[in-house]
Ligand binder design. Structure first.
Ligand code: HEM
Length: 308
């Protein structure tokens, strides 16, 4: 009974942050839709500020002038921003679902009006994520194509973690292409047909994000993980790690160390197992629902076209 209660509390703690962020962001963007449409560059600047602060801090060091960005409310905002599940993941989910829900719903319509702007806004924290994690992505080459020593040291879970990082590197390239083509001037330069062809790749990116997330959870489940991923339900455990990683900037060897650490801890157990399972279930639910809604919408659109 106590164990069940404990599991329920863990589930709430892990799930609520993502749901809360998702609900809060959806509400904020519905309320601000008209204003964002009217003054997109004001909002781009506002949402890019934490990224600029982050890069400035990485370049000039976190002490002295930039110390203010570590504590208090600004520190909290920075942590939410850097950590994927606080801001970027819910925002990506909103962007995805807006494309799958019926436009007859007035709230969906409002969000659809600013979908392009939301995609541009999502780019700033994602670029920070890429910057923070790029070293891990690159170090996977040693894991997969090196002498084999790293693979032996890594243990069971490391293969999943390293696959997630390698996939992350490929996702970074695809994401940047999609992000750049979201800007109006690039859209105009490409022309409607070519732009649509490029944007079709966003579905591939969604599938990659799903796999990235599942692999991170599985690595945690198999190897115990180092808290780099707290699951789709929030991933809170990774926040501090993301912060530290960001400060360190250079992360060569990070993926291998992660693998080695997982091996030394052995298989995941207790809380981290529950967190990983929650992560897998939540991500499957989110992406499964999206797939269902998107296919349903595509079918309806095809029927309407055939009727005309
Ligand atoms: C070299 C590139 C990348 C690496 C090594 C990497 C690695 C990681 C790691 C270690 C985490 C867990 C801790 C954290 O939140 O920081 C994570 C989370 C996440 N990453 Fe990446 N990532 C990369 C690029 C990307 C890109 C380009 C995207 C999306 C466009 C992305 C989407 C996500 C998502 C959605 C999560 C949260 C997953 C969850 O909580 O279930 N990543 N990534």
């Amino acid at each position: 009974m106590v164990k069940l209660l404990l599991q329920f509390v863990t589930w709430l703690a892990e799930t609520l942050p993502l749901i809360t962020s998702l609900a809060t962001l959806t509400l904020i963007f519905i309320l601000l839709a008209k204003s964002i449409k009217k003054y997109p560059f004001v909002y781009y600047t506002i949402f890019a500020l934490p990224a600029l602060l982050f890069f400035a801090r990485s370049l000039f060091g976190g002490e002295g002038f930039f110390a203010f960005s570590r504590g208090g409310v600004i520190g909290q905002i920075m942590r939410e921003y850097v950590h994927f599940s606080g801001f970027s993941f819910p925002l990506l989910i909103i962007i995805m679902f807006v494309g799958a829900l019926p436009l007859s719903n007035p709230y969906v319509k409002r969000l659809m009006m600013i979908r392009k702007e939301l995609s541009i806004i999502s780019g700033f924290p994602i670029i920070v994520h890429i910057w923070v994690r790029w070293g891990m992505g690159m170090s996977t080459f040693e894991y997969f194509f090196g002498s084999g020593e790293a693979a032996v040291r890594g243990g069971a879970g490391a293969i999943y973690a390293n696959s997630a990082y390698l996939l992350g590197a490929a996702m970074s390239v695809l994401f940047l292409i999609l992000w750049i083509t979201s800007f109006d001037f690039v859209h105009r330069w490409l022309g409607g047909v070519r732009w649509k062809k490029v944007q079709w790749w966003s579905y591939v990116l969604y599938a990659m994000i799903f796999t990235h997330s599942i692999l991170l959870s599985v690595s945690r489940l198999v190897g115990g993980g180092r808290g780099g991923h707290g699951g789709g339900g929030g991933g809170r455990g990774g926040r501090e790690m993301a912060q530290q990683a960001g400060e360190a900037v250079s992360q060569a060897g990070e993926a291998i160390r992660h693998g080695a650490e997982m091996a030394s801890r052995g298989g995941g157990h207790g809380g981290s197992n529950i967190t990983a399972i929650i992560g897998i279930i939540s991500v499957c639910l989110i992406f499964g629902t999206y797939l269902f809604l998107r296919i349903r919408k595509a079918r309806k659109d095809a029927l309407k076209k055939a009727e005309k």
